[in-house]
Design a protein around this ligand. Structure first.
Ligand SMILES: *[C@@H]1O[C@H](CO)[C@@H](O)[C@H](O)[C@H]1NC(C)=O
Ligand SMILES: *[C@@H]1O[C@H](CO)[C@@H](O)[C@H](O)[C@H]1NC(C)=O
Ligand SMILES: *[C@@H]1O[C@H](CO)[C@@H](O)[C@H](O)[C@H]1NC(C)=O
Ligand SMILES: CC(=O)N[C@H]1CO[C@H](CO)[C@@H](O)[C@@H]1O
Length: 659
């Protein structure tokens, strides 16, 4: 009997220790907060709210604390005065001033580090009140973070250039980076980028590794922009330590708080080793996508939560694929759990506080089909009310996107209550759709918009076309990189356009004369260079280029107007001029004026922002027989300047109904 009691007693101790060790624990001292569960331990500075320690799997700290500049894990932002036309301004480390435990029990701890604002801070930091939250759950191998940004009515005007959550990982351990099945590799060390080991190329971000610590990287280019990703695909990325085996992953289960829609591109992970959650940035959009606030403009936005997932494996042989597959599996779990039910800020609506929308999209283009066409794979989303296509420059509100299925049907769930426009675009068709009605999403409400029909810009039959309308220049000719400037990851890779310095290859291919494309003979995938770049004429001296499209017209309809559709996938300080059969015509038939700051050429993007220009060509300007359209990019002063075409089409005059 005694013995049984004793065993029971031991068992209870065992049970008790099991329960308590699974719980989330919190220790708060004067200047630090430590939060831990069975898997990991986090250490924060108090009240600033910077992470200075992540202990996991026998590693004392996954974070680097000895970099010359940025250390540990932190939220930061860049801001500027409203008059500034720059995309970089003042650095703000968002040091919290108030620490609060929002919730503490065995299953969950939520912490808040808040930075307040009053007019005495006018020049010290950005006019924002920011509440940084961190959540740890019991039994969860990681932690969540989100932040609530608020601009109040007593706050002055300013511009928010960048907002992000950053992790500087220890460079001793994390050497392998993964962001997609076919975009992962061993990475150089940060030291390899320094003078002596690395040689700066056309801009500081791109470095040629001339004497890296690991000789295997010699001769490669390193550039963080080679690891950028479109919002729609940017769900999980991170780093692997091989000894001991650790995967450090950032999982972003929703795009609702990201800016500028599904095609906006941003940084992920890069040499540092750095892991970034980008919430606001000017990347691939320029100053057009910076958030400008007026004095007293009320605004609030929740960025996140994102999940930082830590993982290990006993399978040392297949460590890399196993950890990457686990990260993707965890990503799918997080996506399914969205919207999370545990964040306690009332600014983060739970699932039952959100609404949904559904409908069907059709396309009406009578020159393609007499019947309405099912919109398969169309991008459709809700974004704040604005002009047609405005979502790609919009970042203050929330956006909710999906794709139509094979029946042209779409359904979007978990939309925050609010007023929106419905926007869409359609692969294979030019232009943008915006439904004219405002949509009010209510808590628990479900809206069916029925069938909506998009009538893309179209005046007459297609005489010829170049490319496919998909907002990207990827279908055009992407040259091989200069062998001096290779990133080995992109050799024999579908994303060849991510190689460094491709803009210089244009002059190699067209040394004396600019590109001439002959309709009916040329093929766009090999004869249309992916970007209309500038040409180097001397050191640091560049000039614009003029491309020609030659085409035959059997007869010219003297009564009609022809239409040139110019869809651009990117523009950087460009002035695109159109001339018809007279290269010297002044003024040109059409000029875009100065457009674009997306910098996608230098950043190895295959697109930036989308533009559509519709140019009238009068029959008097055309000949029977051979015609030439001249496309001149007139601002040629820098290597980064130029445009990428998405698609070009010449339409004949409208066919009269008798025809
Ligand atoms: C904010 O915190 C960082 C890191 O703890 C510190 O280096 C910096 O001096 C602080 N800035 C201000 C303005 O207090
Ligand atoms: C690693 O991640 C996978 C996928 O989430 C999970 O099933 C596994 O338990 C994790 N392993 C550890 C040791 O955390
Ligand atoms: C080309 O763009 C740059 C940058 O905007 C501008 O400073 C310059 O004036 C432009 N050149 C011409 C010819 O418009
Ligand atoms: C994240 C970011 O871009 N930070 C920059 C903000 O501005 C300062 C000052 O110009 C830079 O040093 C940072 O790199």
């Amino acid at each position: 009997m005694q013995k049984i009691y004793f065993s029971l007693y031991i068992f209870c101790i065992y049970l008790n220790s099991f329960v308590s060790s699974a719980a989330v624990e919190l220790h708060v001292s004067d200047d630090q907060v430590v939060m831990y569960n069975d898997f990991l331990q986090l250490t924060f500075t108090k009240p600033a709210g910077h992470i200075i320690g992540i202990q996991y799997n026998g590693i004392d700290n996954l974070l680097e604390l000895h970099n010359p500049e940025l250390n540990g894990g932190f939220w930061d932002l860049n801001w500027s005065d409203p008059e500034s036309t720059q995309t970089r301004g003042k650095f703000d480390m968002i040091n919290g001033t108030n620490f609060e435990i929002i919730l503490q029990n065995e299953e969950q701890v939520e912490l808040s580090f808040k930075r307040t604002w009053d007019s005495s801070f006018e020049d010290e930091h950005s006019p924002l009140e920011i509440d940084k939250r961190f959540i740890m759950l019991s039994g969860s191998s990681g932690f969540y973070s989100y932040a609530i940004y608020e601009h109040r009515e007593d706050m002055p005007s300013f511009s928010l250039n960048e907002a992000r959550l950053v992790f500087m990982l220890t460079k001793e351990k994390f050497h392998y980076m993964a962001m997609a099945d076919n975009r992962q590799r061993f990475m150089p060390l940060p030291d390899d980028r320094l003078p002596g080991r690395g040689q700066e190329l056309a801009y500081p971000e791109a470095v040629l590794l001339v004497n890296p610590v690991e000789p295997e990287f010699t001769g490669e280019v390193d550039d963080k922009y080679q690891y950028m990703c479109e919002n729609k695909d940017n769900k999980v990325h991170g780093w692997i330590s091989l000894d001991p085996l650790v995967g450090f992953w950032q999982i972003t289960p929703s795009n609702e708080f990201r800016t500028c829609g599904p095609l906006k591109q941003d940084l992920t992970s890069h040499v540092g080793p750095v892991n970034l959650a980008m919430f606001v940035s000017a990347h691939y959009g320029g100053v057009d996508v910076v958030l400008n606030f007026k004095s007293g403009e009320p605004w609030k936005k929740v960025f996140g939560p994102v999940f930082i997932f830590l993982n290990t494996s006993s399978d040392k042989e297949n460590a890399v694929p196993v950890l990457w597959e686990n990260a993707k599996e965890q990503m799918r779990t997080e996506v399914q759990s969205w919207p999370y039910h545990f964040p306690l800020s009332e600014d983060f609506p739970q699932s039952d506080q959100r609404g949904s929308i559904s409908g069907t999209l059709l396309v009406d283009d009578s020159y393609v089909s007499n019947d309405h066409i099912l919109a398969v794979g169309a991008h459709v989303g809700l974004a704040p009310p604005g002009e047609v296509g405005s979502f790609q420059r919009e970042g203050k509100g929330y956006q909710f996107w999906t794709n139509t299925n094979d029946e042209g049907h779409f359904h979007i769930e978990n939309i925050r209550p609010g007023v929106y426009n419905l926007y869409a675009w359609f692969p294979g068709f030019i232009g943008d759709f915006r439904w004219e009605k405002l949509i009010t999403v209510t808590q628990g409400g479900s809206i069916d918009v029925g069938t909506l029909v998009y009538k893309p810009p179209r005046d007459g039959p297609t005489l010829w076309e170049i490319g496919t309308p998909d907002r990207s220049a990827a279908e055009f000719f992407v040259p091989d990189p200069d062998p001096k400037y290779i990133n080995k990851l992109y050799v024999n890779h579908p994303d060849k356009f991510r190689q460094y310095g491709l803009w210089e290859r244009y002059a190699d291919l067209y040394p004396d004369k600019d590109l001439v494309y002959t309709v009916g003979i040329s093929q766009y995938h090999k004869d249309w260079f992916y970007a209309q770049v500038t040409r180097k004429v001397d050191n640091d001296l560049y000039t614009g280029t003029t491309w020609q499209i030659k085409f035959q017209l059997e007869k010219v309809d003297q009564a009609g107007v022809y239409k040139l559709r110019l869809a651009l996938a990117s523009a950087t300080f460009s002035i695109l001029e159109v001339r018809v059969n007279d290269e010297e015509a002044n003024p040109p038939v059409f000029s875009t004026g100065s457009i674009g700051k997306d910098n996608a050429i230098a950043r190895h993007g295959i697109h930036g922002l989308y533009w559509l220009f519709n140019v009238d060509i009068h029959s008097t300007q055309l000949f029977e027989g051979e015609n030439t359209i001249f496309l001149k990019q007139a601002n040629g002063s820098k290597f980064q300047f130029g445009v990428m075409y998405d698609y070009i089409r010449l339409e004949g005059p409208a066919l009269s109904s008798e025809n």
